[in-house]
Design a protein around this ligand. Structure first.
Ligand code: SF4
Length: 361
């Protein structure tokens, strides 16, 4: 797989999905026996992954199983939770001790790791020194930086004192600079059910997708499109690109979809916030991937104060397939029978936003 591509797979069978992605990208071809490999999940707080805050353990297990079936490696799962929470507690709550015992891998709390300064930014030694670093962020919103994914997940690799200093510097500039210092070899994004608003979870939105890519800047650019976030709202992405951390050249050709989005399955139970936005939706058997994109778009329109302009409910879901005159506005290939329908399977949130704004009262 080209390094300037991003692969995506839809579904709920996380272990299988992540292994298929790694096979597709032939990750084994980049490895050799004896390598030290670091896996950096998002364990910002000690909350289970279904809260929308932390990386699903099924994905971590899938990555380890793929690695161990292709060679002998010295694998360490490494993380430093945010200031105010304990990484050890997060390891415990999220079941990482069981993973360590089952696969014979190590756990490292980066809060206790040694560190060095790189151009004025202190970075922990362990992630800098492994032969191969796998970043495994959660696709989610953030109350200060609007979104958090590949670039910002690296903030778990700096000491707590440095995390505090990042906040005094407005976050964006130091996150961008960190992106030039600590570049993971591979990024696997947990887009199963990230929270829209807060990195600490509580409002999970099912999207049932996992992404794999190499360039953190490109991945964050792609994720903004998926969440309907304007890049201007996340200045660290462009800053990182300008500093040479990666490319923002995301086009429709960047994504390699490994399966049909209907593999994402039916929508699971939604959070309160998502349910509230659901009053604008006419849903019949929608795939989670599709519905998640629509909810992200509605959320952004609500933030912009534009949701009140939406006169009609938006049709979505496989239940509209083959129907004629089924509504005014429809999202996804299944709603071709609506008067105005946006194609895509699933369409991205940014495409849905543009479509809805074009058809608002
Ligand atoms: S367009 Fe239809 S099949 Fe495709 S993701 Fe949406 S609901 Fe599922």
């Amino acid at each position: 797989m080209d390094k300037n591509k991003i692969a995506v797979i839809y579904g709920q069978d996380m272990g299988n999905m992540v292994q298929k992605l790694m096979e597709h990208a032939n990750i084994a071809g980049e490895l050799r026996d004896g390598m030290t490999i670091g896996i950096k999940p998002n364990l910002v707080v000690a909350k289970k992954p279904d809260s929308g805050a932390t990386t699903h353990t099924e994905l971590i297990c899938g990555v380890i199983e793929y690695l161990q079936s292709h060679g002998k490696f010295d694998i360490t799962i490494m993380e430093g939770s945010w200031v105010g929470d304990s990484t050890k507690r997060a390891f415990s709550v999220c079941g990482y001790h069981d993973i360590a015992a089952k696969y014979g891998v190590k756990l490292l709390d980066l809060k206790g790791d040694s560190f060095k300064s790189y151009g004025g930014i202190n970075v922990c030694d362990a992630p800098m020194n492994v032969d191969y670093l796998i970043n495994m962020p959660v696709l989610k919103g953030h109350c200060q930086t609007t979104m958090t994914c590949a670039l910002k997940n690296m903030k778990g690799c700096i000491p707590d004192r440095e995390k505090r200093r990042f906040h005094t510097q407005g976050l964006h500039q130091p996150i961008a600079k960190l992106g030039t210092i600590l570049k993971p070899n591979l990024t696997i994004v947990d887009g199963i059910c990230g929270d829209l608003d807060f990195e600490e979870g509580g409002n999970p939105i099912p999207m049932n997708r996992v992404l794999l890519g190499y360039d953190s800047v490109l991945i964050d650019t792609c994720v903004c499109a998926m969440m309907g976030i304007d890049l201007d709202e996340v200045p660290y992405i462009e800053m990182a690109a300008r500093m040479g951390a990666g490319s923002m050249d995301f086009t429709d050709d960047t994504l390699e979809e490994l399966n049909d989005a209907s593999g994402a399955g039916r929508m699971p139970v939604l959070s309160r916030r998502a349910k509230a936005l659901g009053r604008h939706v006419e849903e019949k058997d929608a795939c989670s991937a599709c519905y998640g994109s629509l909810i992200h778009a509605l959320y952004r329109l609500d933030e912009m104060g534009r949701l009140g302009w939406l006169d009609d409910k938006v049709c979505i879901g496989q239940g509209f397939r083959g129907m004629e005159n089924c509504g005014n506005l429809g999202v996804g290939n299944c709603t071709k029978g609506c008067k105005y329908s946006l194609g895509g399977c699933p369409p991205r949130a940014d495409q849905i936003m543009e479509f809805l704004q074009d058809h608002m009262g």
